[in-house]
Design a protein around this ligand. Structure first.
Ligand code: MSP
Length: 527
């Protein structure tokens, strides 16, 4: 049996400044996907890294009065540290200033040249350093880029990629792969952009030097986007076609690669990148998924406004679990989201503390007191017991994991978390209806069965939470005495259920309530 492979990538981040919430968000979505697929038995490769060349980075280094290499060494380290703070499980961290990348990017250039996809000419037009993008006059709005960035007039000798030649091929490809770009609304946007006509793309610059030299013509450096996009290949060992990573995750991977990007950089990934790959005779990506942008308390996030959110500070203040939870739960992936302190605290209190945490704490403390701190015995199950367990095991209809597989394929992280909260709401209602505390005298056996049903539900909730809140989920599973080998989706069935009599540790609250006197107090979660 061959194992399914899954190659997931974040964009590589510009090192002109330290990481902010937008960067943490993109990588978090990739981390959840990577963890989910690993738990589901896939062979996963999760890549992130930093994009270190180009005029924007060179300018920032100059402003700091240091050479670009020392500057990028320093800033890149912040992104590397963020992966630890956010508990990301990336398998590699690539920097475009590394030798392995520079060699690979130059090899890619040579292939494009050999295939006749590159020619030399002159570029005369608008360029935005902030966006590292060329804009035709027709796209400018009041003399600025459509993103609001300043543009400057550039006239220089340049190499061009024959992008116009790929218009028909790209359109054919989109038509035969309607799932290529997610969500669907973004698909239409890309198709109409390509239908409106593609022009050849300038892919080298001569007016600055912080970049990868063009092979054979070192007065030119490669356009930073061509350099950057090839990171997805060079990290796998390209151009060495015998590299097992390249083989497994690019050539043979059925679900590889999946590129997660912000909506602002969709065009580069969904138009330029597949065209480059087609020109080089390499397989094109499996999916390009574009997410929305975050605002801060309703305002656009920008350095000039001074409202940039530092993810490290956020984790210091609220803890890793509330931050990961909020970012994945608050908005459907693909839509814009708004960071608000109040919403973060409300979500934490209503859903993590009052619903999931409360279910675990009240059940496990009762077991500690009433069942000698051991997994209770399981008598015959009533319809109510079976209905609750079916939500996680799937004796009736879709099990927790079937529903979650469908959600993950649609990148609906918010729905997965809502599903978990909904199960916990039902379990809390079940406790109130069954009232195990009244059963102690009249029917101890029934009390045991009710508490067993709840403990087993909590075990499964712990497993379902693993991709999102690994730290909290592992503590929850510790409290259910679930051994390490049984912490995977395979164990989400009645066959792997808790064994009565297993000793359980004294429970400790996992999701504390967060008080903020300035905010209205949250009640239990609403569906
Ligand atoms: N270096 C390029 C990517 C090259 S990939 C081959 C780049 N870097 S970036 O650092 O500017 O942006 C990286 C990602 O952060 C993008 O996906 C972008 O959408 C995301 N975000 C930047 N600000 C954001 C928000 N305010 N909200 C959500 N994501 C945002 O582009």
């Amino acid at each position: 049996m061959t194992t399914n492979t899954f190659y997931i990538t974040t964009p590589i981040y510009y090192v002109n400044d330290v990481p902010h919430i937008g960067h943490a968000y993109t990588s978090l979505a990739c981390d959840v996907l990577a963890r989910f697929k690993r738990l589901d038995g896939y062979q996963v490769y999760f890549l992130t890294g930093t994009d270190e060349h180009g005029q924007k980075v060179e300018k920032s280094a100059k402003a700091r009065g240091i050479d670009p290499q020392s500057f990028t060494d320093e800033v890149s380290m912040h992104f590397r540290n963020l992966t630890k703070t956010m508990q990301f499980t990336n398998d590699d961290f690539i920097r475009t200033t590394e030798q392995r990348h520079k060699q690979g990017a130059q090899a890619f250039w040579k292939v494009l040249e050999e295939k006749g996809a590159i020619y030399k000419d002159r570029y005369a037009g608008w360029y935005s350093v902030r966006d590292e993008a060329y804009y035709p006059e027709s796209e400018l709005v009041n003399g600025k880029a459509p993103t609001g960035a300043d543009v400057e007039w550039v006239e220089e000798e340049s190499y061009f990629f024959r992008l116009a030649d790929y218009e028909a091929r790209l359109l054919e490809f989109y038509a035969s792969h309607p799932d290529f770009i997610q969500p669907e609304s973004r698909f239409n946007e890309v198709v109409s952009f390509v239908k409106s006509g593609l022009k050849d793309l300038s892919i080298s610059r001569t007016t600055f030097s912080w970049g990868i030299p063009v092979p054979g013509d070192e007065k030119h450096v490669m356009y930073v986007w061509l350099d950057a996009l090839t990171n997805y290949l060079t990290a796998l060992g390209y151009p060495n076609r015998n590299d097992p990573k390249l083989k497994q995750f690019w050539f043979e991977g059925k679900f590889s690669p999946v590129h997660i990007v912000g909506k602002d950089i969709l065009r580069f990934h969904a138009v330029y990148w597949p065209a480059f790959l087609m020109a080089a005779d390499l397989p094109v990506p499996h999916r390009i998924v574009a997410h929305g942008w975050w605002t801060n308390e309703g305002e656009k996030i920008s350095k000039s406004i001074g409202n940039v959110i530092d993810p490290v500070k956020l984790v210091e203040e609220f803890g890793i679990n509330p931050v990961r939870y909020f970012l994945m739960r608050e908005v459907p992936f693909g839509r814009d989201g708004n960071y608000s302190r109040e919403h973060l605290l409300n979500r934490t209190n209503a859903e993590l503390a009052n619903t999931i945490g409360n279910l675990a704490q009240r059940t496990l403390s009762m077991i500690q007191k009433q069942c000698e701190g051991k997994v209770p015995t399981m008598g015959s199950l009533t319809k109510e017991d079976q209905d609750l367990l079916a939500l996680v095991h799937g004796n009736l209809g879709a099990s927790g994991i079937d529903r979650h597989r469908a959600f993950i394929d649609a990148f609906r992280f918010d729905m997965m978390l809502k599903d978990i909260v909904d199960i916990c709401i039902k379990a809390n209602e079940y406790i109130d209806q069954q009232a195990p505390w009244t059963l102690k005298k009249e029917s101890p056996e029934r009390m045991h069965t009710v508490l067993y049903t709840l403990a087993e539900t909590i075990r499964c909730i712990g497993i379902l939470l693993l991709p999102f809140l690994p730290e909290a989920a592992h503590r929850l599973l510790d409290q259910c005495s679930v051994v390490k080998e049984a912490r995977s989706f395979e164990a989400l069935s009645s066959a792997s259920r808790l064994q009565p009599g297993t000793p359980l540790p004294v429970p400790e609250g996992i999701f504390p309530r967060m008080e903020d006197k300035s905010l209205p107090q949250a009640k239990g979660a609403s569906a």
